[in-house]
Design a binder for this molecule. Structure first.
Ligand SMILES: [Zn+2]
Length: 237
């Protein structure tokens, strides 16, 4: 009896019930229910993001590796020899790729109309001829291969073997043939101004770090085949 009285003396608070029935609470409940799914979803998304970043970095690395490993020899890129059936003779001793013949002849004609006389010095060169040029001149001039490569491509590495390259001189100043001084001729100035119209481009300009400047050496980029041939070279520049 005494004990009961004691208990009654305590003021026991009524349990306060909070009903989770307002809108915030419903949201909370839903979140609790879906939290494992949300966690799963975000984990997957994060993993995928990380993987993409890693893949991106990897392909970037591969791209860089490809760029630095482009099969150059002494600064020259390799070129395949043009199939014989694609070669045409445009004048005695000058053969070129059939794709560039019309453009090349048109360019010479237009120059003539402007009073400029272009002369074609060298077009297609076979690998055998390139071999002779590279090795015989090397021994004559007593140059190391690397020195020689600054002025002539090793066989298999010449733009001339593609049929898309042409060496051009000024008919009125033949002493400048294959010489840097060719850049001071009217023919060269005319080419700098007009060659692009005929899809010709200077291959080895003053910025080329491997090969000496060759103002006389032009290449044709007016066909898909030609563009493919020079794709690596253009990517580098
Ligand atoms: Zn050349």
């Amino acid at each position: 009896m005494e004990q009961n009285k004691d208990i009654n003396q305590f003021d026991i608070p009524l349990a306060k019930r909070t009903y989770l029935n307002n809108s915030n609470s419903i949201l909370l409940k839903k979140l609790l229910i879906f939290s494992p799914f949300l966690f799963f979803f975000f984990s997957i998304a994060t993993l995928r993001l990380i993987r993409n970043i890693e893949l991106g970095a990897l392909s970037n690395l591969n791209f860089k590796a490809e760029r630095s490993y482009d099969h150059r020899i002494l600064g020259h890129l390799p070129y395949k020899e043009i199939p014989k059936e694609k070669l045409v003779l445009i004048e005695p001793n000058i053969e070129v790729h059939i794709d560039m013949r019309d453009s090349l002849l048109k360019m010479r004609e237009e120059a003539k109309n402007d009073g400029i006389y272009l002369v074609f010095l060298s077009g297609y060169r076979s690998m055998n001829l390139q071999n002779e040029i590279f090795y015989s001149l090397k021994s004559i001039r007593n140059q190391e291969a690397s020195e020689r490569a600054r002025v002539s491509a090793p066989p298999g590495y010449s733009e001339h073997s593609t049929g898309f390259a042409i060496d051009i001189g000024d008919a009125t100043q033949r002493e400048t043939d294959f010489e840097t001084e060719f850049e001071n001729t009217r023919a060269f100035r005319w080419l700098i101004k007009n060659a692009a119209k005929f899809h010709f481009k200077l291959s080895f300009n003053k910025n080329n770090k491997y090969i000496d400047y060759e103002p006389w050496h032009w290449r044709y980029e007016g066909s898909i085949e030609a563009l493919k041939v020079f794709e690596t070279s253009n990517r580098e520049l």
